[in-house]
Design a protein. Structure first.
Length: 341
């Protein structure tokens, strides 16, 4: 129960309200008795509802504190592209790091999102920055208990143009492979083309996730938070057999970094350079390999549900762009059957 004591400070009458909590005594001083009583009643109500300590933590801890804790967490250690995530988080710390979490409201997150856009960053890139700080704040809610709600959950994302329709021809793929200056990059491109895997899924792939006997590869904790398995056939199987032929005790990764085998390699710059040497246009990115693989599968007769499973999408709408290809393939099968009757 709260106690209110009347005191004199510098010739003025003030009222100090005190409340005992499990963490000790908390107090506040007010010039009016009514203000002291109101604070005491509100604080006791928050203690009963269990929200008082979270609100106190939100006033004490800053965004920088939350980011530092997040970067030390086991979940952050599992991120394959830590350098990118850290760069995104550094931006938020630079602009809002000193802000108490209690004042990190949705409108401040939206302000940061719009500031990134004004700096010339693409809508998809702005969304990645927001996703980075959202992951940090989700952990702050879940594990630290410093805030009750992630403010990013109420912030709209920019519309992204993710329908990258560029498909590599067989001749273009050969040119790209010939332009690679390392076997590692050549293997990575081959696997992406024949498994439809994302770059981060391949660079983060562990040897234990490859079953050569069953000719399957498992992608664990993927972009949408699920696991999936894809068959290894043809050139993809040959690449995996060669890469896993020699055991390695210094790393569990299939594509480790040469300078630090415990971390996944980063092929972004070398891929861009290979694209330029191959004389391919600027529309070609690593995602082009994934789109090419799914397009060829659709042309070969794969159904939308099969494409969804291989790509690891949660909904059929994500593979709807391949619908006309599966329809064309089905039509060809039916026409061949009719011609034989």
């Amino acid at each position: 129960m709260a106690t209110i004591v009347k005191r004199t400070s510098r010739g003025r009458t003030v009222y100090q309200a005190k409340i005992r909590t499990t963490a000790g005594t908390t107090s506040a001083t007010f010039p009016k008795l009514t203000d002291a009583r109101r604070w005491a009643a509100e604080t006791e109500d928050k203690l009963r509802r269990g929200t008082y300590f979270a609100e106190e933590a939100a006033r004490v801890h800053t965004l920088k504190d939350a980011v530092e804790k997040y970067e030390q967490s086991p979940r952050f250690a599992r991120i394959t592209e830590q350098a990118t995530r850290k760069a995104h988080l550094r931006w938020w710390v630079e602009h809002y790091g000193s802000l108490p979490l209690a004042r990190l409201t949705p409108d401040r997150i939206a302000e940061g999102r719009d500031k990134l856009r004004a700096q010339g960053k693409a809508p998809a890139t702005c969304n990645r920055y927001v996703a980075a700080i959202s992951a940090c704040l989700s952990r702050t809610v879940r594990e630290l208990g410093w805030i009750e709600v992630n403010p990013c959950s109420r912030v709209d994302k920019f519309t992204e143009d993710n329908a990258r329709d560029r498909v590599l021809t067989d001749a273009e793929l050969r040119r790209l492979l010939d332009a690679c200056r390392s076997d590692d990059l050549r293997d990575l491109i081959t696997l992406a083309r024949y498994t439809a895997a994302r770059r981060s899924e391949l660079t983060g792939l562990r040897r234990q996730d490859v079953d050569l006997q069953r000719r399957m590869v498992s992608f664990v904790d993927t972009k949408n938070g699920t696991d999936r398995s894809v068959a290894l056939v043809g050139l993809a199987l040959e690449v995996m057999q060669r890469r896993l032929k020699v055991p390695r005790l210094d790393t569990p990764l299939v594509f480790p970094r040469k300078t630090d085998p415990s971390r996944p390699a980063d092929y972004r710059e070398s891929f861009v350079n290979a694209v330029k040497r191959a004389g391919l246009d600027g529309d070609v990115c690593f995602h082009t390999l994934r789109h090419t693989a799914l397009t060829r599968l659709a042309e070969s007769g794969a159904t939308l549900s099969e494409l969804q499973q291989i790509a690891g999408h949660k909904t059929l709408s994500m593979v709807a762009r391949y619908k006309h290809l599966t329809e064309d393939s089905t039509r060809s099968v039916m026409e061949r059957m009719a011609s034989q009757s």
